[in-house]
Design a protein around this ligand. Sequence first.
Ligand SMILES: Cc1cc2nc3c(=O)[nH]c(=O)nc-3n(C[C@H](O)[C@H](O)[C@H](O)COP(=O)(O)OP(=O)(O)OC[C@H]3O[C@@H](n4cnc5c(N)ncnc54)[C@H](O)[C@@H]3O)c2cc1C
Length: 504
Amino acid sequence: MTTPTSPPPLGPGVPTPAVAFEGDPAGLATRFAGGPLPAGVARRLEEVCATVTTDGETCTESARDWWPLSVVWAKAGTAPARAGAVARPGSAGEVAAVLAVCNDAQVPVTVAAGRSGVCGASVPVFGGVVLDLTGLSGIEAYDDISLLVDVSPGTFGDRFEAALRDDHGATSGHWPQSMALSTVGGWLACRSAGQYSTRYGKIEDMVAGLQVAMADGTVIRTGGRAPRAATGPDLTQLFVGSEGTLGVITSARLKVRPLPDAERRAAWGFATVDDGLDACRRILRRGATPAVLRLYDRVESGRNFERPDHCVLIALDEGDPAEIDGGWLVVDDECRRAEPLGEGLVERWLAHRNQVADLGQLAAAGIVADTIEVAASWSGLTAIYHAALRAVQDLPATLAVSAHQSHAYRDGACLYFTFAGRPDPEGAEAYYRAAWDAVVGATLERGGGLSHHHGIGINRGRHMAAALDGGLQVLTALKTALDPRGILNPGKLGLGSPWGPPPW
Ligand SMILES: Cc1cc2nc3c(=O)[nH]c(=O)nc-3n(C[C@H](O)[C@H](O)[C@H](O)COP(=O)(O)OP(=O)(O)OC[C@H]3O[C@@H](n4cnc5c(N)ncnc54)[C@H](O)[C@@H]3O)c2cc1C
């Protein structure tokens, strides 16, 4: 038993681009069409929103995220898109007013927050207005009796957690690797998962209610009045994961926990991925929920822990000692046939868990790389792991492909693949698509899910029809009902738009 780990130092509290553009952002060619706003719209926006910018640099910088393919473009002097204007509201009222203007003029509005998305979700592919929500920041209210917090959507994750800890002795338990790059609203819009999700759940498990500005500027509240309400379908969950296509989250009520008192850590080595996955499954089946339970294949065990001879399993739990001790006995018991590797590997993981690969350096060396997270029930998981690896290895340009299990549940888990290849420069985009199609194809054919926590954005849109088993029709109907003029983040989630089909 040790003292719980302290959070890493705070980040800058503003969006951090993955790489600098090669060239002056204002003058770069763009991969997706855009264009200036219709006459008079910028002036109308200025009347209702404190900060509206139309300068080329801001409109280009605000129109990109961390999508790794766009890093390849950036190194080649191409921007993903350019907005006609960037509006930075200072209140939920200003958000609603900006939406009302854009709805009236039928101008696309794409919300951008931390811009740490990795699928191009916040790229304004048809131009229009980028709605920068990072001006809406901070904790609005805290209820210690009920362990509920109201937080503004543009609050960066590390600042939110620091305020919870320092001012209220509480934690969200949500620790995405991008903690300092991403915001609470972005987590909700993408169904984010933190590294401690096996104990705390994903963001959709933490949300109690939302305030949402609809496309026409109407503001509504969902949930939040009482736990587990039986007042029809759960409207909160309608907006969670909608990636800014159905409404704009202007405030969130989240469930939090008291700060943990104690922590337990251990690592084991398994001979094969199949053995390690089976141990994880048995741990969850017996009801244990260690906060962190991550299994790396041999390639990643070698890369991350210098243990290529094993499939390394990292386990960590935190909480009230009386609560975690029983679960830890289960973890220990189910790992008894594996080789104990000591706590040092967990410390090593903790020290590196927020580090990010230098995508710019890779792109400059002609390497196309990305990560792909999918999920599946335990009965299909190992088959997906092996089939997806084979499918990417079969692509001639592939240099390496590997995976780890990053989030585990009683019914299944998330597999997180990493691939890297060196295609001919003119074949970079084609190789990138092929690698993605290989993993997604292997997953969907075996009954797995398209995304566990990075979401859809531009990149996965082409797979939505297959992944939703007829549900894309329902999603389209919802979109039409809630956003009849189609202004909210057009071109995403595989949905059609007044400006044409998804462009990639
Ligand atoms: C290095 C790195 C590590 C990462 N690790 C993780 C991880 O561990 N777990 C994880 O889940 N993700 C991870 N991500 C992905 C990313 O951080 C998440 O998708 C995050 O939730 C995005 O938040 P953001 O504030 O940056 O949103 P943005 O990228 O700005 O926007 C993402 C989408 O959400 C929409 N949106 C944002 N705010 C709102 C709002 N208030 N209302 C409506 N729509 C909104 C945008 O329109 C867009 O469609 C990682 C990314 C990077 C670069």
